[in-house]
Write a new protein. Structure first.
Length: 527
């Protein structure tokens, strides 16, 4: 098996995603999780320009990682500084790591129009920067920025910059498709030419996803000698993102017979993907290859029948290999066979001809006639089965709630929810404000339950959707509310339907909370 090294840049490139902002503790937590998973190299960021990143390296100088190697990132020396006095390069040394990564300009357009220096001066800067770090005992990963665009624009100059880094002692050259605009066959043709011109066998690749081809460009390079792939968990990154390491690792190990992480660890990749999305406060994509909750989901009756007989009919791998699971989508269009298969997946033993199956089948059809849609709300469907067959008692009882919306003199809108619950025989009466009536209701519910079920603090609302079901009803129309919730392990969807949007939201909120509590209860029972 060919060994392919994984270089994770979630903490740097991933942080450039709109909506992602890491605290120092977030960075520490992600680093430790990546280390536990077995990532080879973790890029910790810019110790020179970012105090938070410097603090990260300071922390791990005292708290060593088990397997992964932390790598600081920087650039070649500033044109006005000699390498030995460049504060950026000196900060890389101060990080006290075995490996350092620097990027340099490969595309003559950047040298002329961004750096505004002579082409030859840029070559000297690359050589001086790499040489300085190399003489200080560091193994240098040299990121040839914009390499493929540079090669297409000026082949001779692009090669000259890379050769300067190699001659100065760079341990590995990483070819970067920084604009993400290259096609797989372009990458392959250029790599073949470069390997011949520079007599190199091993190299790295760093791709962005502006054409949606970052994963394809990365894994196809392995067949041409690439043994080092850079990317981010879930493909986070600027613009359209970076190469998605979750998909890359899974494809390399399970499809290309490459050695990346241990067989035991690859089974944890779904949890890793969810964990990072949770820390980043990003919605986990249902259709994410390998690890999304829809990655092995089947809705069509013919498909489901075939998968029941032989999963290979519509699944390219066993979902358990990546820690995911098969699911069958239940809707009014599905037959009883689908219902039985779905129930079995959720650990309910139904027989196609049993009265219970007929009962739940008729109930689903009636609820979907009312506007429910369980294919988009598996969490609510699981609870429906539990309630129908008395498999659990409710965690709390609603005695009543009230929501007030007040517009004050300063034009501020204030939403306040008051709620009465009975929890474990005790009366809870609480109130909370929120950004809107649903948020206020959510806050009040959590406030009432927090001391009984502190685990609720580990879940959050990831998405909230409202759909009008009968538009001709105007403002009195029935609405369907879908809520997606998420914790560090998984995401689940719940549903509520009513002519009153607050009531529909309440039903979806209650299902979301009870799903989480039921899941935690099941963990304790198994433990």
């Amino acid at each position: 098996m060919k060994k392919v090294f994984i270089y994770d840049t979630t903490l740097r490139d991933g942080s450039q995603t709109e909506g992602i902002s890491y605290s120092l503790q977030d960075k520490i937590n992600i680093t430790q999780r990546l280390d536990d998973f077995g990532i080879d190299f973790i890029e910790g960021g810019w110790p020179f320009s970012n105090p938070k990143d410097k603090a990260l390296f300071d922390y791990f100088q005292k708290n060593r990682l088990k397997k992964s190697k932390l790598v600081p990132f920087g650039s070649t020396a500033h044109p006005s500084n000699p390498a030995a006095k460049d504060k950026n390069l000196l900060s890389l040394l101060a990080a006290e790591t075995e490996n350092v990564t620097i990027f340099g300009k490969t595309w003559d357009l950047h040298v002329k129009e961004v750096l505004k220096i002579k082409l030859e001066d840029n070559v000297k800067i690359i050589a001086d920067s790499v040489g300085f770090l190399n003489k200080k005992g560091r193994n240098v990963f040299y990121d040839a920025e914009h390499f493929f665009d540079g090669y297409k624009a000026n082949k001779e100059y692009a090669l000259k910059t890379v050769k300067a880094a190699l001659d100065a002692g760079a341990g590995l050259i990483i070819f970067c498709d920084t604009n993400g605009g290259s096609l797989p066959w372009e990458i392959q043709e250029i790599i073949a030419e470069v390997k011949l011109a520079l007599s190199i066998k091993n190299f790295g690749i760093h791709c962005h996803n502006d054409l949606g081809l970052a994963v394809a460009n990365s894994i196809s390079s392995v067949n041409y000698g690439c043994n080092h792939i850079q990317g981010t968990i879930n493909g986070y990154g600027e613009r359209c993102g970076n190469a998605d390491l979750v998909t890359i690792i899974s494809a390399l190990q399970l499809k290309m017979n490459c050695s990346v992480v241990s067989a035991k660890k690859i089974e944890e990749i779904t949890k890793l993907s969810y964990y990072v999305s949770e820390v980043c406060n990003m919605v986990h994509h249902d259709n994410h290859p390998f690890v999304g909750k829809s990655a092995f989901s089947h809705k069509g009756g013919i498909h489901i029948d075939a998968v029941i007989k032989n999963p290979l009919a519509y699944e390219h791998i066993d979902p358990a290999l990546v820690g995911n699971k098969r699911s069958f989508v239940v809707s009014e269009l599905a037959g009883k066979s689908t219902l039985v298969a779905k129930a079995k997946e959720l650990e309910f033993d139904l027989d196609k001809k049993s009265p219970e199956t007929k009962k739940i089948y008729n109930l689903i059809q009636e609820l979907e006639r009312q506007g429910y849609q369980f294919e988009a709300a598996e969490g609510s469907f699981k609870l429906l089965l539990q309630r129908t067959f008395n498999k659990y008692k409710t965690f709390f009882e609603l005695l009543g709630f009230r929501v007030i919306i007040e517009k004050r003199e300063d034009n501020r809108l204030i939403s306040e929810a008051t709620i009465k619950l009975k929890v474990e025989g005790k009366l809870e009466h609480t109130a909370a404000e929120g950004d809107g009536p649903v948020n206020a209701l959510d806050n009040a519910l959590r406030k009432a339950l927090d001391k009984f079920y502190p685990v609720l603090s580990t879940m959050r609302l990831a998405d909230f959707k409202v759909r009008v079901l009968n538009a001709t009803g105007g403002t009195a129309a029935k609405v369907r509310v879908l809520i997606e919730s998420q914790d560090a392990d998984e995401a689940w969807s719940t549903i509520g339907v009513s002519e009153n949007m607050i009531e529909a939201s309440w039903h979806a909120l209650v299902d979301s909370v009870e799903y989480k509590l039921l899941k935690e209860q099941k963990k304790k029972t198994k433990g």
